[in-house]
Ligand binder design. Structure first.
Ligand code: WTA
Length: 666
């Protein structure tokens, strides 16, 4: 139990450990623990070795790192092209017939794309972009569904040195306009729409709306995905297929400096205005290439890897596009939602959605590694194991998670019901800003604990510090990074001051990640969530994620979100929102029991003052729970900005429940 001076107290102690099997270790890509010490002795040398062995350089770099805090330059003097690394060199090595992507559309259409086909398509499209006047360094926005042409568009930009800015397909016209204006983009690449839950979700009309309040865009390229029934403005708008039909499939890659800007990605802030995170070429590619290979234990000749994220987020950039392609891997891309299509015959009720699309895809393609988010795993838990149980998942040999803390119960469910207790789980902590994975097990080395990200990767420096910046060696603190890393952000587009203030001013000489974390007596790291998710109850700082884990540990609870609501006596009072298992009815007695369960797991200090049963939780479109909205509801405030909310109705339902459950509880 933490003492009063602790920065963030930790109440949860996990005893279970899972070592990789001897068989897995024997054939793992990385299985010698000495790698940690070697990298620690010389992290620059470690990354220089990876850059030389995994990336092809047109001109070799002469200096590994120039570090002028907080500005880093990696692999200085080197010249390379990312699309050359992802495509040409594999084709030159005789791997042109290897499948780069198995694509499955939501309606069930499929497409298999080899490396040589991808190279031709990328070259053709890159030539089309040149014809539209796109030059090296120009910014191009990509607002697309999850289809192969999205990847082609990104690689085509990289081929000619243009900078892509992918805008997630769920964003509104205002968000598109903000991003276009901030980056002064000259071209937008979009599609008429994409399929989502059985219907076309239109995208092009949002671009038209956005372009009314921008003035830098000269051309719009539109991929036909849903039948092409959209307005086209003559002179400005071009159909993708018509544009590329006349282009040659030969487009020499433009070799750029290692520090050339590769892409901007705006972070999906739940609060202030989005930041255009800048990623450059050589360092980023090196880190995603190495982490992809080592963390997912890649066997490129036989694996079929699947990252079920959207390419609109950094996970899609690094671990659907650049990491896998740089390594010559074979991946799956799926367009839609995990509970599509509607189930026709199994229950006889055409109104229900089938909930086994993911498991069916894994079975049909023989997927070997699955990378997904805790929020998805908890949803699958809620749906029940009968869905995965109906499929042969024996091809899987490794599982990954990313995006938020995974509570031990969800980790165990993933381990038992998806991984058949056989697959190592890599819980990977990283951020849009870090470019690639930073804290995670290495599957052939690490003995994992459910819910722990375990340790920093070789070559990454991490330390926890308290409020005053003193290093914490056991217990809770703030997560900081102590050494530059190749994939680190190089700044915020157009706002160097904000870059310095946000990440580098809180603790001198350290990158401040904005997350709370703890280190246990074995030295394992546990992410406790964003620091604004840390509550202060009677002077005790308690992490929302620990209380959430304890709530979900109760057998009736499948998902939970915890917020600290202002309380006159205690500073903040803990409020737990819970979703119950399908067959369980809410009652006063049950809510009391759930609160008592938290006391039992974590101590009375962590017992929620109130537990509110809700049908759903407000989430951003990337699946992060919007605790700010939950706080607004419980404190009876008008709601702030809800533009990043995935489903607006959820909040009304929660408000109704909050009123009824609050009044009869305590
Ligand atoms: C959270 C996603 C716990 C964290 C790649 C971080 C995690 C933020 C994990 C970045 C994890 C990401 N365990 N929390 N394994 N991975 N996070 O920029 O709060 O969308 O700061 O990048 O997600 O989110 P972003």
């Amino acid at each position: 139990m933490g003492d009063d001076a602790a920065t963030i107290e930790d109440y949860y102690h996990e005893g279970r450990t899972f070592a990789p099997s001897a068989e897995f270790v024997a054939s793992a890509v990385v299985n010698d623990p000495a790698i940690y010490e070697q990298a620690e002795a010389d992290f620059e040398g470690f990354w220089a070795d990876q850059a030389r062995s995994l990336v092809s350089w047109e001109e070799p770099f002469h200096t590994t790192l120039e570090w002028d805090l907080p500005y880093a330059k990696w692999f200085v003097g080197g010249k390379l092209n990312v699309s050359y690394n992802c495509l040409d060199r594999h084709v030159e090595a005789g791997l042109g017939d290897r499948v780069a992507y198995y694509f499955e559309g939501e309606p069930g259409d499929t497409q298999t794309i080899t490396y040589s086909e991808l190279l031709s398509e990328v070259s053709r499209f890159a030539n089309a972009l040149k014809r539209l006047g796109v030059n090296s360094g120009d910014r191009v926005c990509i607002y697309m569904p999850m289809i192969p042409r999205t990847v082609i568009a990104m690689l085509a930009c990289a081929r000619i040195g243009a900078v892509h800015s992918v805008i997630f397909g769920g964003f509104s016209p205002d968000s598109i306009a903000d991003r276009i204006n901030d980056a002064a983009a000259v071209v937008v690449i979009t599609a008429d729409g994409g399929y989502r839950r059985g219907v076309p979700l239109m995208l092009k009309p949002n671009v038209d709306e956005a372009l009314k309040s921008t003035n830098t865009v000269r051309s719009v390229v539109v991929a036909d995905r849903c039948g092409g029934n959209v307005d086209m403005q003559s002179g400005r708008d071009h159909w993708w297929d018509e544009l590329v039909s006349a282009e040659s499939d030969d487009c020499p890659p433009v070799f750029v400096d290692s520090e050339h800007l590769l892409f901007l990605l705006y972070t999906s802030g739940t609060t202030a205005s989005p930041k255009g995170i800048m990623h450059t070429t050589g360092g980023y590619l090196t880190q995603v290439a190495w982490t992809y290979r080592a963390v997912f234990d890649l066997r490129a000749e036989s694996d079929v890897y699947w990252c079920a994220a959207d390419v609109g987020w950094v996970t899609g950039h690094s671990y659907i596009v650049y990491g896998p392609l740089c390594n010559g891997a074979t991946s799956v891309i799926y367009e839609g939602t995990p509970d599509t299509p509607r189930e026709q015959d199994r229950s006889g009720d055409p109104g229900t959605w089938a909930k086994d699309r993911l498991w069916s895809i894994i079975e049909r393609y023989g997927v070997t590694q699955l990378y997904t988010a805790p929020t998805a795993i908890r949803t699958f838990m809620k749906w029940g194991e009968t869905w995965p149980d109906a499929h042969d998942l024996s091809s899987l040999r490794l599982l990954g998670t990313v995006g938020e803390p995974i509570n031990p119960e969800a980790w165990m469910w993933y381990h038992e019901h998806i991984g058949a207790q056989r697959c190592p789980i890599v819980d990977t902590w990283w951020q849009t800003e870090t470019g690639g994975q930073m804290l995670t097990p290495l599957p052939g080395i690490t003995v994992t604990k459910p819910g722990s990200v375990c340790a920093a990767l070789p070559g990454i420096g991490v330390e926890l510090v308290d409020d005053d910046g003193n290093v914490v060696t056991e217990g809770g603190g703030y997560l900081t990074l102590t050494t530059p890393w190749p994939g680190m952000l190089r700044g915020i587009w157009g706002d160097p001051q904000r870059y310095e203030d946000t990440y580098w001013s809180r603790y001198e000489g350290r990158y401040f990640a904005g997350d709370g974390a703890k280190i246990d007596s074995d030295g394992y790291l546990w992410i406790l969530g964003r620091t604004d998710d840390v509550m202060n109850v009677s002077g005790h700082r308690i992490s929302t994620s620990e209380v959430e884990s304890a709530l979900v540990d109760h057998e009736a609870v499948v998902e939970a979100a915890v917020v600290g609501a202002i309380d006159e006596t205690t500073g903040q009072a803990i409020v737990g929102y819970v979703i119950l298992r399908g067959d369980v009815e809410s009652s006063d007695a049950l809510r009391g029991e759930i609160r008592a369960h938290v006391s039992k797991k974590l101590g009375a200090i962590a017992r929620p003052r109130v537990v509110i049963v809700v049908p759903d939780l407000p989430k951003t479109r990337s699946g992060k729970i919007m605790r700010r909205l939950l706080r607004d509801v419980v404190e009876g405030r008008e709601l702030g900005d809800t533009t990043t909310l995935a489903d607006e109705d959820v909040v009304d339902e929660i408000r109704d429940r909050a009123e009824s459950d609050d009044s009869d509880d305590e």
